[in-house]
Design a protein. Structure first.
Length: 416
């Protein structure tokens, strides 16, 4: 028996059930992944016991002999992997990382310009319900109504009209590659700082399957737990001239002590992400997303922009006569887990929108290739074509479990 099992059966049992769920389901939530056992061990290590407000070499607590080294290793690995001048590895997650950028460079009432939330932007890019939309004058750009694509001329016009202090590029649900050179031109044209939130595609950048924003952006934020396949945490990468402002904004501006166990796990994940195996992984994520997208298009699904160039796709289910929520719940019952999602120009409410979002990072980690993605697309089509058919859901769920048994998930290989 493990200590946890002995000391707290209730939580132990729930964790075991979640392990079983992750092992036996096809997980298509675009922001999720499976971390390695090594990343989990670092996350669950004694580093969680240590306080270390400050930065390596300049802390407010003693006993930092090893913590300083851990943080320096994480910083150096991130700088090497992404080619960044400066990296801060302390943000607790993506939302605090984005807030730290605002705190570093702008004041309440200043203008920011980011992708609208219903069009694929993130809450912290200026959504009215978020602090980023309440404290700042948040303006947004939208996707083109006909193509579902970003229209850079429209963004330029909007930027020239509202003159943001920060122009934000990045998304949670845009299935195409971003043109960072165009974003740089737009930022320069309106005198804005260019911030890229690469949380979703950081792993693709690390693995060379997506262009890097580093040559173009002033500041880059990213979570570490999506396609990058690390622990739940975040980093801020920036040009040297902004290093001090960013560090001051993270601590003491926004946060107290960094989560050193997370920092260590980020370092481990960055080491993994700098291998040739990770390059293959990143390339396969994109191949898998394209295979799933092509299968769904062939079944008459309406993919926003018609397909994908990255790890995710967004589907408008209006032509299927099913809402996103009904589809997501039916698929969950069938062992295929994704999230319902607003689509651009959605006429439905965010809690019951018209679409679903799918991503290929997690299933690629467990070894799925194009063949398994096509099979998954066939199951998705069958379930959404008959969302009330619980017998079919049970049948697909059993088949999903059988397929998953042949593809052990990283970090869960020990489970029988
Ligand atoms: N909530 C995350 C996602 O699912 O994309 C973004 O932070």
């Amino acid at each position: 028996m493990t200590t946890l099992e002995l000391k707290d059966t209730e939580i132990f049992d729930l964790i075991k059930q979640e392990e079983y769920r992750q092992k036996n389901k096809i997980r298509l939530i675009a922001s999720e992944n499976y971390v390695s056992r090594a990343v989990m061990e670092a996350t669950g290590s004694v580093l969680t016991n240590k306080y270390s407000e400050g930065y390596p070499g300049k802390r407010y607590y003693e006993g930092q002999q090893f913590i300083d080294q851990v943080e320096n290793v994480a910083i150096q690995r991130a700088k090497d992997l992404f080619g960044a001048d400066h990296v801060n590895v302390q943000p607790y997650s993506g939302s605090p990382a984005n807030l730290a950028v605002y705190l570093a460079f702008i004041n309440p009432g200043d203008t920011i310009l980011g992708m609208a939330l219903p069009h694929g932007g993130h809450l912290t890019h200026g959504a009215k319900v978020s602090i980023s939309g309440k404290y700042f004058n948040a303006e947004s750009y939208s996707l083109d109504k006909e193509t579902g694509l970003l229209n850079y001329d429209t963004i330029l016009n909007k930027a020239l009209a509202c003159r943001p202090k920060i122009l934000i590029a990045g998304h949670s649900a845009y299935p195409r590659i971003l043109d960072f050179a165009r974003f740089r031109e737009i930022a320069d044209a309106c005198g804005a700082l260019l911030m890229v939130d690469m949380a979703h595609f950081a792993g693709l950048v690390a693995g060379g399957a997506h262009p890097s924003p580093v040559p173009y952006a002033d500041v880059i934020t990213t979570t570490t737990h999506k396609s990058l396949r690390g622990p739940r945490g975040a980093m801020i990468l920036c040009k040297q001239e902004y290093a001090q402002a960013i560090d001051k904004a993270v601590f003491p501006g926004l946060q107290g002590g960094p989560h050193n166990n997370t920092t260590a796990a980020i370092a481990v994940a960055l080491k993994e992400a700098s291998t040739d195996a990770f390059k293959l992984y990143a390339a396969q994520i994109v191949k898998n997303a394209k295979a799933l997208a092509a299968t769904l298009v062939s079944k008459g699904f309406n993919l926003v922009t018609g397909g994908t160039d990255n790890h995710l796709m967004l589907i408008d289910l209006t032509n299927k006569g099913v809402t996103g929520k009904i589809a997501a719940k039916a698929l969950d019952a069938a062992g295929i887990v994704l999230n319902y999602n607003a689509v651009p120009y959605d006429t439905r409410k965010p809690f019951d929108p018209s679409g679903i979002r799918l991503g290929s990072a997690a299933v690629t980690s467990r070894g799925f290739q194009e063949e398994q993605m096509v099979q998954t697309g066939e199951w998705i089509n069958a379930i959404i074509s008959d969302p009330g058919n619980t017998a079919l859901q049970a049948e697909v769920s059993a088949a999903v479990e059988k397929l998953c048994a042949s593809f052990p998930a990283p970090g869960l290989e020990h489970l029988v």
